[in-house]
Design a protein around this ligand. Structure first.
Ligand SMILES: *Cc1c(COP(=O)(O)O)cnc(C)c1O
Length: 427
C-alpha cells in the first residue's frame, strides 16, 4: 500500500502524503483553474474533468493537418483520420476491462443509450418491462420512457423503479434480487448505474448481471460516473451492453465523444439495429453498396465517420489513464476519499452528514454531503466554498457533491476543504 491510512489532522500531514504520492506528477499534466494567485481546489471532476495540458497541442495538430493536407489527412495525417477511432480502442478497452472489439467511442451518452435499446430492448406482450432506479439520472429516465412509449407500452406499468432500501437512498443487492424475484418474468431489460450520480454508491455489475440473467433479462449499465473513477470489468461482468460519457472523470472536454460496450457474445448479432455507413463491414465500406453488412463487434453500431476534433482530447486523456493505471488510481482514490470522509467526521460532524456509503468498496471518489441546520444552510456553505475557490457541485434540493479525483487532487485539497467548512461553521 503506497498510501497511509493512519490519518492525522493538519495541513502538514496532508502535504507529507502529497510529497510521497507515487502518482503526484500527474497533477502537473492538467490545467488547474486559477483562483486569484493560487489554484482552485477543484473537486468537480465528477461533473467536468480538468483539461490535460497535452489536449491543446493535439487539437492544433489536427487543425494543422486539415490545413496542410485537407482530404489527404485521412491517410497521411500524423494520426490518420480514417482509422482514428481505432487509436482510442485499446486504451479504452483497458480502462473498462473489455476486449478491444467490445468497445467503441462514438456519439454521446444519451444517443448511445438509445442505440443500445434499439437492439436490446425487444419487448413482447408478456416481457416488456425495464427495471431501473427511481432516482436515475433524468436523461436515462427520459430515454427509457420514450423507448417504452415508442414500442406502444405505458411507462406507468412498463418501468419498474427501484427505491433505495438503505439509508440515504442507497440500493442493496438484496433489493435488486427481490425486484427480480417479483417481476423477473416480465422484465426485458435491467438498466442500472455503475456509480449512482447522487449518492456515489457503487453497484456490483457482476452480481447484478448474474441475478438478472438467471431471470432471462438483458442487462445494461450506465457507467457515466464509474468510468475513470473506479475499475470496471465489463467483459467479466457478463453484462450485455454499457454506455458512458468521457467528460466527467475521463477529462475529455465538454460534450466529449462517448463510449459504448457490446459484449462479445453479441459481436455477430442479428439483432435489429439502426445502421449507418461507419458500422458497415470495413473491407467493403467504400464499395458503397446498398446492402448493410455490419462489421463485427461494437464498431458495427457506429453511424457516422467520427468527429476528429472531438476524438483528439479523448485520445490524449486515455493515454494518461493508460500510463497511470486505473488500479493504481483506485488505490490512491480509496485513501484520498477515506481521508476526506475521516476529516469531515472529525472536524465538522455538527455541520455535515455524508450520504455516500461509508464502506470504501461501495463508493468511488465522490462524497455527497448534506448540510445540517436551516434549509438554506447547504446553499450558503456551497457559496462560501465557491468564494474560497473550492469547487464542488450543487444538486437540488440540498446536496453538495465533492469528488477528490486521483489524477489531479491532493490530500492538501481535502484538508483545505475541511478547514473552509470549519470556518463556515464558526461564522
Ligand atoms: C452525465 C450523465 C448523463 C448525461 O448525458 P449526455 O448524453 O452525456 O448529455 C446521462 N446519464 C447519466 C447517468 C449521467 O451521469
Amino acid at each position: 500500500m503506497s498510501y497511509s491510512l493512519d490519518f492525522q489532522p493538519g495541513l502538514d500531514w496532508a502535504r507529507t502524503q502529497d510529497q510521497a504520492d507515487p502518482l503526484k506528477t500527474f497533477r502537473d499534466e492538467f490545467c488547474i483553474p486559477p483562483h486569484g494567485n493560487d489554484a482552485q481546489v477543484y473537486l468537480c471532476g465528477n461533473s467536468l474533468g480538468l483539461q490535460p495540458q497535452a489536449t491543446r497541442q493535439a487539437l492544433l495538430d489536427e487543425l494543422d493537418d486539415w490545413g496542410r493536407l485537407a482530404v489527404e489527412a485521412h491517410f497521411r495525417g500524423r494520426h490518420p483520420w480514417m482509422p482514428y477511432h481505432s487509436f482510442v480502442r485499446d486504451n479504452l478497452a483497458g480502462l473498462v476491462g473489455a476486449q478491444p472489439g467490445e468497445v467503441v467511442a462514438m456519439n454521446s451518452l444519451s444517443a448511445n443509450l438509445h442505440l443500445m435499446l434499439v437492439s436490446f430492448y425487444r419487448p413482447t406482450t408478456t416481457r416488456n418491462a425495464i427495471l431501473l432506479e427511481k432516482r436515475a439520472f433524468p436523461s436515462d429516465q427520459y430515454a427509457l420512457q420514450s423507448q417504452v412509449r415508442f414500442h406502444g407500452h405505458d411507462p406507468a406499468t412498463a418501468l419498474i423503479e427501484l427505491d433505495g432500501d438503505e439509508a440515504n437512498g442507497v440500493i442493496s443487492l438484496d433489493a435488486i434480487a427481490r425486484a427480480l424475484d417479483e417481476h423477473g418474468e416480465r422484465i426485458a431489460v435491467v438498466l442500472l448505474p455503475g456509480v449512482q450520480y447522487l449518492t456515489g454508491q457503487i453497484f456490483d455489475l457482476k452480481a447484478i448481471t448474474a441475478l438478472a440473467h438467471a431471470k432471462g433479462c438483458i442487462v445494461g449499465f450506465d457507467l457515466a460516473h464509474a468510468v475513470g473513477n473506479v475499475p470496471v470489468d465489463l467483459h467479466d461482468s457478463g453484462c450485455d451492453f454499457a454506455v458512458w460519457c468521457h467528460y466527467k472523470y475521463v477529462n475529455s472536454g465538454p460534450g466529449a465523444v462517448a463510449g459504448c460496450f457490446v459484449h462479445e457474445r453479441h459481436a455477430r448479432s442479428e439483432l435489429p439495429r439502426f445502421a449507418g455507413w461507419w458500422g458497415h463491414d470495413q473491407s467493403t465500406r467504400f464499395q458503397m453498396g446498398p446492402q448493410f453488412v455490419p462489421t463485427t463487434g461494437a464498431d458495427g453500431w457506429q453511424l457516422s465517420n467520427p468527429p476528429i476534433l472531438a476524438l483528439a482530447p479523448l485520445r490524449v486523456s486515455l493515454e494518461i489513464f493508460h500510463r497511470a493505471g486505473i488500479r493504481r488510481l483506485r488505490e490512491k482514490s480509496l485513501a484520498l476519499t477515506a481521508y476526506l470522509a475521516w476529516a469531515i467526521q472529525r472536524e465538522v460532524p455538527q455541520l455535515i452528514d455524508i450520504l455516500t456509503p461509508a464502506e470504501p468498496q461501495r463508493r468511488g471518489s465522490q462524497l455527497s454531503l448534506r448540510v445540517k441546520g436551516p434549509r438554506d444552510a447547504g446553499r450558503a456553505l456551497f457559496e462560501h466554498l465557491s468564494e474560497q475557490g473550492i469547487v464542488g457541485d450543487w444538486r437540488e434540493p440540498d446536496v453538495i457533491r465533492v469528488a477528490p479525483t486521483a489524477l489531479y487532487n491532493r490530500f492538501d485539497d481535502a484538508w483545505t476543504l475541511v478547514e473552509a467548512m470549519k470556518a463556515f461553521a464558526r461564522a
